[in-house]
Design a protein around this ligand. Structure first.
Ligand code: MLC
Ligand code: AMP
Length: 504
């Protein structure tokens, strides 16, 4: 049997004429259209020499073609490597150098710089794909056949690599197999009851697990349709909600929609399910949403390395401030972070998970991979939580030094390294401070030489082009010293507390 994700998805399609994607410009792609275009991409990639296991890296604006390219790469046996459109050239250099893709596809804007970078790093082909079905990749597929039998793949063969930032230094490429993606999509489709009648409002980016795998793969397996927005825009979402049956979003989506005067029960009367994840949804937001719309948001918990681990129930009680139960097939336990001893119900410790959803390890980092698994195969998530008497999982904090801003992960170390390298800086600490829109706001606390003229604007200016916009501090604050404990470790909790009203 061929375990290629695309082959398994295609086997489920009962009505090829059904709409898969309706874009915001009115263009419609049926399932047949999408698979034909995917076939043309796959034929072209094979012609360009893509062999099973070769990486194809993309940094693209969201469009139906960009999403369908994912299916083309995977069908061709390639390993799809999506990159955040916010990444700067300096950041791309690391990802491309580390992953050694055979093909890179970028946006037409900035193509020369990417081309030069790719050439320097020995990439065989660098192509472009724009939001209006333009670019050199579209030229390259002009004569390609529109049928393609997905390349034979085993369950454990790689379908995608998604980079996640590392606590200390370099980003790690999480290797996801065909079976990781398929098994999780199958579970979620059934758990959340997606069917061909569903219309998902898709406003998430397509370079991360949430918008790419959770949303898209569930829709594909259900034979459902998507209303596809290039990005989240509260006005556009409000306009489209009456035509949708479901929406998936990060908490910022819900916070922003609650600020919209047009949000009311009537607007969402056809909606069956609102889902939130990627960052903690405040219990207040959950309650406010229910008051305004009558819907209890279903919160679930996942990560790049594992896809989805837990979910609040479809039928049972969705409890605000919890992430629900382990999904079918997923084992979850709470362990002592220091020694791995298992803890009792209601005790707070490290969340560890095991199941068909858990990734194959970090790309070319066997030591890092080993360090994040227990001997019995459980993955150490880095999230701190507990399981209550009723079996609901609560996330109560993070063992990893991570900031989640509007659903994007920012590792303080990366920002601190950039700031510490600036002339006049003695040291810095970057923390996530409560932010009413983004959940957490990246905040830099800097200690500088007394004589240095450095100010907030100068620090922010120096970070431009070095770090993606979403990683850049929303505020830079100068202090004489950083608070430290007796071990000399910076007490970031004190900083978070001191600046807790900064973004109110
Ligand atoms: C944009 N900006 C951000 C930001 N997004 N800053 C911090 N955090 C973010 N998330 C910058 C912009 O560049 C801009 O800078 C300024 O902040 C304000 O921009 P905006 O117009 O208000 O932002 P917008 O473009 O509307 O984007 C906000 C957002 C977006 C929340 C809609 O960030 C988003 O779609 N987030 C979803 C992330 C996601 O999909 N995560 C899933 C990861 S998977 P300036 O200076 O130019 O104005 C995962 C696993 C799992 O975690 O469990 O799902
Ligand atoms: P990423 O590495 O981008 O996949 O982010 C994964 C991290 O997001 C997890 O390890 C959690 O810390 C966090 N996360 C995802 N979903 C939730 C949620 N529902 N509540 C709290 N944190 C979440």
């Amino acid at each position: 049997m061929n375990h290629n994700l695309v082959s398994l998805v295609q086997a489920r399609v009962s009505d090829p004429s059904k709409t898969f994607i309706e874009a915001d410009d009115g263009r419609i792609f049926s399932y047949a259209d999408a698979f034909k275009l995917a076939a043309r991409f796959a034929n072209t990639l094979v012609r360009l020499g893509v062999q099973p296991g070769d990486r194809v890296a993309v940094q693209l604006d969201k469009s139906p073609e960009a999403l369908i390219l994912y299916l083309g790469v995977v069908a061709a046996g390639g390993v799809y490597l999506p990159l955040n459109v916010g990444y700067t050239l300096a950041e791309l250099e690391y990802f491309i150098g580390d992953a050694e893709p055979r093909v890179v596809v970028g946006r037409p804007k900035g193509a020369e710089e990417l081309d030069a970078l790719a050439a320097r790093l020995g990439v065989a082909h660098c192509l472009t794909l724009g939001g209006k079905a333009d670019g050199t990749l579209m030229d390259a597929i002009a004569g390609a056949a529109d049928s393609f039998t997905p390349i034979e793949r085993k369950p454990e063969d790689l379908a995608a690599i998604l980079y996640t930032s590392g606590t200390t230094g370099r980003s790690k490429g999480a290797m996801l197999s065909h079976a990781n993606l398929f098994s999780n999509a199958e579970t979620l489709q059934a758990y959340w009851r997606y069917t061909a009648k569903d219309v998902l409002l898709h406003a998430l980016p397509i370079f991360h697990t949430h918008g790419l795998f959770v949303a898209t793969n569930v829709v594909l397996l259900a034979g459902a349709s998507m209303l596809f927005l290039p990005k989240f825009d509260a006005d556009q979402v409000i306009k489209l909600l009456p035509r949708a049956t479901s929406m998936m979003g990060v908490p910022t989506f819900y916070v922003r929609l609650l600020e919209h005067p047009a949000l009311n029960k009537d607007l969402v009367k056809h909606i069956r399910l609102f889902i939130s994840g990627s960052a903690p949804l405040l219990a207040d937001t959950h309650r406010e949403w229910e008051g305004r719309t009558g819907h209890r948001i279903l919160e679930r918990y996942g990560m790049t390395e594992t896809n989805m681990n837990t979910s609040n129930p479809y039928d049972g009680e969705r409890i605000a401030g919890t992430v629900g139960f382990p999904l079918p097939g997923v084992s979850l336990r709470i362990a002592d972070p220091e020694n791995g001893t298992l803890l009792a119900t209601n005790d707070i410790g490290m969340i560890e998970v095991k199941g068909p959803n858990v990734f194959q390890g970090y790309w070319r980092m066997p030591e890092k991979t080993k360090a994040e698994f227990r001997d019995d195969g459980f993955f150490i998530t880095g999230d701190l939580g507990k399981v209550d008497d009723r079996g609901y999982v609560h996330i109560v904090g993070r063992g990893k030094d991570l900031i989640i801003s509007g659903g994007y992960n920012v590792y303080p170390k990366e920002v601190e390294t950039e700031i510490d390298g600036m002339p006049g800086v003695i040291e810095s600490a970057v923390v996530g401070v409560a932010h009413k829109d983004f959940g957490e706001g990246v905040t830099a606390v800097v200690v500088k030489d007394k004589a240095s003229p450095l100010d907030e604007a100068a620090v922010l200016k120096a970070l431009e082009g070095r770090l993606a916009k979403f990683k850049q501090p929303k505020r830079v604050i100068f202090m004489d010293d950083l608070p430290r404990n007796t071990m000399g470790k910076v007490q970031k909790n004190l900083l978070r507390d001191q600046f807790k009203d900064l973004y109110k």
